[in-house]
Design a protein around this ligand. Structure first.
Ligand SMILES: Nc1ncnc2c1ncn2[C@@H]1O[C@H](COP(=O)(O)OP(=O)(O)OP(=O)(O)O)[C@@H](O)[C@H]1O
Ligand SMILES: [Mg+2]
Length: 349
């Protein structure tokens, strides 16, 4: 059976690098490779790469140790440097759309239009109103160029640049389909950033990026308990097999309540503007999905069922090749990389 496996999904996050490669055949997707390595703190800060050499070395090491042969890479950018916005514009023909978008974009994007890469996707046209809904994406050139350069310097070939938000949606769609009869939210919680994507009856209805993530918990433990960042991070992750001291537990639970409130504020915003009553389900992913109490707090506040997004739900994983325990461990981190790995050259970002 002919297999198609021409792209690596590479997710360079501020705390870790994730790489996923799948093959596609008539039977569906099969996992071919998965790799994960942590980055030191401050190598990437506020979405910008501060130490290019370090990131290049890490990517090279991942590719070498996992004997990844494929060179084509789909990568993504997220956080501060990307803006995804649903806008409504007067309906125009396909031919005039690009120009119209560039014109309209200026009023929606807080960056100089010359400093960004613009892309868009038509969500729906509403001929009765003479309007069309378009998802607008603007990513800072400077930052995109940095990530592209890292990939090149690591000896790979960047062929697609996507955003974290769409990569998560893609991972979801591949594994769960896009339910046409449900209002769902995808909440991806990384170390520094979080993106929220409301998919309403099969269509992206609302996206929001929040500059907050799992690192906030570590910072709060440092502040409250006067321990080093490394100690605080270990506490956050459960401190090996030790039982959490009560104080840490208190901080973790307070932080989860804060984060869940923030997430719920965005969910409520969508409910208020759409007139819907509640979400059928909220899917969480990213390293932050593992944060103690967070899923339960989101469920409590949003009165919705919360589920961990499993990026390998519909992907065949051969237990003779991969340790299943490891796959379960890295699954929440792998959503973006998996979503990227099925992109191929020419796909729209
Ligand atoms: N078991 C766990 N419990 C709590 N937090 C965890 C756990 N495992 C990982 N984390 C946290 O998740 C974060 C890493 O998640 P992830 O790899 O998705 O982020 P990233 O992609 O590097 O960050 P970003 O996209 O925001 O730049 C870190 O803050 C880490 O401490
Ligand atoms: Mg991330």
């Amino acid at each position: 059976m002919a297999k198609k496996q021409n792209t690596i999904g590479l997710d360079i996050g501020s705390s870790s690098i994730k790489l996923v490669q799948v093959s596609q055949s008539k039977q569906g997707l099969t996992l071919e490779n998965i790799a994960y390595s942590q980055l030191e703190q401050d190598v990437i800060y506020d979405g910008a790469i501060r130490d290019m050499g370090r990131v290049v070395e890490s990517v090279k090491a991942l590719v070498a140790t996992h004997t990844v042969k494929v060179k084509n890479v789909a990568l993504s950018v997220g956080g501060h440097s990307v803006i995804v916005k649903k806008i409504s514009i007067p309906a125009v023909s396909d031919k005039d759309l690009s120009e119209s978008i560039h014109w309209e974009a200026e009023q929606y994007i807080p960056f100089d239009p010359n400093d960004v890469y613009l892309d868009y996707q038509v969500l729906q046209t509403r001929p009765e109103q003479g309007q069309m809904d378009v998802l607008l994406v603007a990513a800072k050139r400077e930052v995109v160029d940095q990530y592209v350069q890292v990939v090149r310097e690591a000896g790979l070939k960047p062929v697609v640049v996507d955003t974290d938000c769409f990569a998560v949606q893609n991972a979801f769609e591949l594994n769960y389909g896009l339910p046409q009869d449900q209002l769902i939210a995808l909440v991806h919680i990384g170390a520094e950033n979080m993106n929220l994507n409301v998919v309403s009856y099969g269509l992206t209805a609302f996206t929001r990026d929040l500059h907050m993530g799992a690192n906030l918990y570590t910072a709060e433990i440092v502040k409250q308990m006067g321990v080093s960042y490394e100690e605080a991070e270990a506490y956050k992750l459960g401190g090996g097999n030790q039982i959490l001291p009560q104080e840490v537990e208190r901080v973790l639970s307070a932080m989860s309540e804060n984060l869940a409130s923030e997430i719920n504020r965005s969910l409520e915003f969508h409910l208020a503007t759409s007139g819907e009553e509640r979400f059928h389900k909220v899917y969480i992913s990213g390293g932050g999905a593992r944060l103690p109490h967070l899923a339960a707090e989101i469920a409590r506040k949003s009165r919705s069922e919360v589920e961990l997004l499993d990026p390998f739900r519909a992907v065949r994983v051969d237990p003779k090749v991969f340790k299943m325990e490891y796959i379960h461990h890295v699954a929440p981190f792998a959503a973006v990389a998996l979503g990227l790995s099925v992109r191929s050259r020419g796909d729209r970002a």
